[in-house]
Design a protein around this ligand. Structure first.
Ligand code: FAD
Ligand code: NAD
Length: 405
């Protein structure tokens, strides 16, 4: 009898969690498992702000996918997904087509640009290893160029961060540690550097605990960050940004670097494939399947799960993507074995920790507020746990963070 073929798209948190769990749950004779990913490595999306600022080398945030999959059970295909034809059980790759009996879509997020003019052309985003490298190298280039020019352009040393959500704040936390190093490396007076964070909402980290937000804001300000709160970026140009404050007030902030960290949407493949979606995220059934397609699971940042308590979507996180991967693997195993009853996914939110650099952070873990070194310690525990969940102790020893004190 032909074995059912499971195709998993994306080797991020959701996809790798699904595959590493499924390879344990099903025997080699029960199913054919295929994993497709753009690169032959997985990257820790949750560490990209560090690679972007240059506080962690980009090779530290990635590892070889083949190191964590069981190659006797899983076929890995390095390819870019171009489209999905769910009614024909077919995926279009840049290298050909692939058919499936069961599909898992775990292709992650893309930056949400809200149609803002000039954003795609002139702003950077913290999205993957290469975009992180580009940000780090661009900032270094600006610093290196500054002193070589006869006519000094101070705006080369201005870095704008759009958005004071978790990504923006974590990136700022790294930047404030990296900039003094860059100043020493390139003989630049620290006073010349501006780090400006522009946030449209009336507060930093909208909706997060006010006491922790106050702590984070004060810490970042003390290290040189200027916050422009209640201020929306309206346009990005080759010279900087145009912001709107209030109804008719606009202002230009000249900057050599603009990093857009003002939100994400699902992968555009979701829209192209024709799944019913909201900003490229599919409101999945309780068992994580796409409405109308009993053989397609959608997880991670491409999925949308409603928090019934507040009737709003859960923010897309690695925490949820990994938990979905576990449930998705169990549901796939059930379907492969002919069972009809599938498990319902319910997020188990253990907390949120937001780093403010290597040795500082804020967070709420199991309902307890943390700040400073305790929170920073917890952040490293969370980072190492993600490695452990996918690759066990050997991956933790290879890639883990042990600079606890
Ligand atoms: P990802 O982990 O992003 O993986 C998607 C995979 O799909 C990637 O391997 C990518 O290469 C691949 N892919 C994409 N398109 C294609 C294609 N067309 N063809 C082939 N392959 C493709 N969440 C937390 O819970 N805690 C945190 O501390 C945290 N920190 C964060 C820090 C930063 C800087 C950022 C940007 C996000 C952070 N998040 C955090 C959010 C978290 O990273 C995401 O929610 C999580 O990565 C989603 O997992 P995923 O599996 O859906 O996608
Ligand atoms: P976000 O949506 O959480 O924050 C984006 C911020 O940008 C918001 O505060 C928004 O008001 C602001 N903004 C939007 N448009 C703007 C404009 N035109 N000008 C200025 N500001 C604007 O997005 P994010 O920070 O990229 O996070 C994405 C997801 O990843 C979230 O679900 C988040 O929880 C998760 N994440 C978690 C962690 C963590 O747990 N430590 C870290 C990073 C990201």
């Amino acid at each position: 009898m032909r074995k059912p073929k499971v195709v998993v798209l994306g080797a991020g948190y959701g996809g790798l969690m699904t595959v590493t769990r499924l390879q344990k749950l099903v025997g080699v004779n029960e199913a054919e498992i295929v994993l497709v990913n753009k690169n032959d490595y997985h990257y820790e999306t949750t560490w990209l702000h560090e690679a972007s600022a240059g506080t962690l080398h980009h090779d530290r945030v990635r590892y070889d996918i083949r190191d964590v999959i069981d190659r006797n059970k899983v076929e890995f295909i390095q390819a870019t997904v171009e489209d999905i034809h769910p009614s024909e059980n077919k995926v279009i790759l840049d290298s050909g087509e692939i058919e499936y009996d069961y599909l898992v879509v775990a292709l992650g997020a893309e930056p949400e640009t809200f149609g803002i003019q000039g954003l795609k052309e002139h702003a950077f985003s913290i999205s993957n290893v290469n975009s992180a490298r580009q940000i780090r190298e661009h900032i270094e280039y600006q610093f290196a160029t500054y002193n070589t020019e006869e006519e000094k352009k101070d705006e080369r040393l201005t870095i704008v961060v759009g958005g004071a959500g978790f990504t923006g704040i974590e990136f700022l936390g790294e930047l404030v540690n990296r900039v003094p190093e860059l100043c020493r490396e390139y003989d630049i007076d620290f006073e010349k550097v501006r780090i400006v964070c522009v946030e449209a909402a009336p507060m930093v980290l909208p909706g997060f605990d006010p006491e922790l937000v106050k702590y984070a804001t004060a810490r970042l300000e003390s290290k040189g960050v200027e916050f422009r709160i209640g201020t929306a970026i309206k346009e990005v140009t080759a010279d900087g940004i145009i912001v709107a404050k209030g109804e008719d007030e606009v202002e230009e902030i000249k900057a050599g670097t603009v990093v857009w960290a003002a939100g994400v949407r699902g992968n555009s493949i979701i829209e192209k494939a024709g799944f019913e979606n909201m900003r490229a995220r599919v409101k999945v059934n309780p068992d994580l399947r796409a409405p109308g397609y009993d053989n397609v699971f959608i997880i991670g940042d491409c999925s949308l799960i409603i928090n019934e308590e507040i009737n709003r979507p859960y923010p897309p996180t690695a925490q949820i993507a990994m938990q979905q991967g576990e449930v998705c693997a169990r549901n796939l195993a059930a379907l492969i074995r002919g069972k009809e009853e599938l498990e319902t996914f319910k997020p188990d939110i253990k907390g949120t920790v937001c780093s403010l650099g290597e040795d500082d952070a804020i967070g709420i873990v199991f309902g307890k507020k943390l700040m400073g070194t305790k929170a920073a310690f917890m952040k490293k525990v969370v980072d190492n746990r993600a490695l452990y969940m996918i690759g066990g102790t050997s991956l933790v020893f290879k890639k883990g963070k042990f600079n606890f004190f």
